[in-house]
Design a binder for this molecule. Structure first.
Ligand code: MLT
Length: 412
């Protein structure tokens, strides 16, 4: 009989957000009368702004007319979108990124999960703890780890992000080839300063390591001193790949559009130690396995950069940031120690009890869904993540219900 990829057998039974969804579905079945308030998965709830919908429609209309119809698009995205990204997200912030270095895709989840494919099977990988589970699971699937023991996979290097270090992990003390970083961070909401990012770039250059930088939440940065891109740090082009997404920036979680930047200077070694361009390898990988993103979606994504698109998407991000501020303020008022929630849509909360116990308590007693911190790693035990992507009404109602539980304590 055909055998499976046995690395899959090492994975935890289900993906974190699938486990949460299963628990919520079971609760809903048992209590159909209870209104459930979802502050768990980071999924947007506000509609696409009208300037983006209008562009989306124009794209669809073109597809419905023989004269303007398009078949397969360019493998790495239409030039109009790549040019708009390079100009607005990078050049406007003083970071040099060429349109040709941008690879448009259907999601940062896929890109952060897939990128490891072009790296050697024995690459030594470091991840922060807590961490977005995709970075870990994709490396488990690829066979870069041993078994899961005591909340961690053997063979991975875990970089603790704790209260003690302000949720910014220290540089690795053991040899590492690749490190995943995410700022503003999912799940802790922490942001890295220019100096902190510069220390990572300097480390990567000294150790000839690669930084896989997930900037999916950069649109939530409001503090002008915080870099939005790793390429705002001199020298990063040689050692960093950056992942971005329209999901949280412009409400595209269901529409699907993202991009990855692989600068031409970014190289890794082949078996003989000769430098090979990661840009060329990722081009090869994407043209083999992806046929791009649909034309109307790319037209809609390009509209994010129009003056009206910028204004409207910023207003929606501001709306979520206000939710985050309210969550943080109300939970802090109840005595919970909180981090994140400014420059970030996530609030990371010290629960004073085991994460899953807190999750169950909130679900069963208040009908409120959060994400248990331990699902993001061992250092997440004792924490929960609250997402600010709900409506104002459900966010406030959730806070009222948690207040009514009178969990009040000084947790910290
Ligand atoms: C989350 O809740 O962490 C996000 O929805 C994850 C994602 O964007 O895939």
């Amino acid at each position: 009989m055909i055998r499976i990829n046995t690395n899959y057998a090492k994975l935890q039974a289900s993906y974190l957000f699938a486990t949460v969804a299963k628990k919520v579905a079971a609760f809903r079945e048992a209590h159909p009368e209870q209104e459930i308030l979802r502050l768990g998965i980071g999924d947007v709830t506000r509609a696409l702004p009208d300037s983006i919908v209008a562009a989306f429609r124009r794209g669809v209309e073109e597809m419905g007319n023989d004269r303007t119809f398009r078949g397969y698009g360019p493998d790495y995205g239409y030039e109009f979108l790549r040019e708009a990204i390079a100009a607005n997200d990078y050049l406007a912030r003083g970071a040099k990124v060429e349109a040709s270095e941008i690879f448009v895709s259907d999601g940062a989840k896929c890109d952060t999960g897939n990128f490891q494919e072009i790296l050697s099977a024995d690459a030594r990988v470091a991840v922060p703890d807590p961490v977005y589970p995709v970075y870990v699971d994709s490396n488990v699937m690829a066979g870069r780890t041993g078994s899961f023991r005591d909340g961690r996979y053997e063979g991975l290097v875990y970089l603790d992000s704790t209260e003690a270090n302000g949720f910014i992990p220290a540089l690795p003390e053991t040899p590492v080839d690749v490190v995943y970083l995410c700022f503003p961070n999912n799940p802790t909401g922490a942001v890295a300063t220019r100096e902190q990012l510069a220390a990572w770039v300097d480390w990567a250059r000294r150790h000839r390591a690669l930084i896989l930088f997930d900037a999916a939440y950069e649109a939530f940065i409001r503090d002008e001193r915080i870099p939005h891109s790793i390429y705002e740090i001199p020298g990063a082009r040689e050692v960093a790949v950056e992942f971005r997404s329209f999901s949280k920036t412009a409400g595209f979680t269901g529409t699907r559009c993202a991009f990855t930047v692989v600068p031409r200077e970014c190289v890794a070694a082949d078996a003989a130690g000769r430098p090979v361009s990661l840009h060329d390898l990722w081009s090869r990988r994407q043209s083999t396995k992806l046929n791009g993103v649909s034309y109307p979606v790319q037209v809609a994504a390009a509209a994010v950069y129009s003056p009206e698109g910028k204004r409207q998407t910023r207003a929606i991000v501001d709306f979520y940031l206000e939710n985050a501020r309210l969550i943080r303020e109300r939970l802090s008022g109840m005595g919970f120690a909180c981090t994140g929630g400014d420059n970030s849509p996530y609030v990371w909360v010290k629960t004073g009890m085991e994460s899953w116990k807190f999750f169950d308590l909130l679900l069963e007693e208040a009908g409120v869904v959060c994400t248990p911190g331990s699902g993001f790693g061992r250092c997440g035990e004792g924490y929960a993540r609250f997402s600010a992507f709900g409506s104002r009404e459900s966010t406030l109602k959730a806070m009222e219900r948690i207040e009514a539980l009178e969990l009040a304590r000084e947790v910290g």
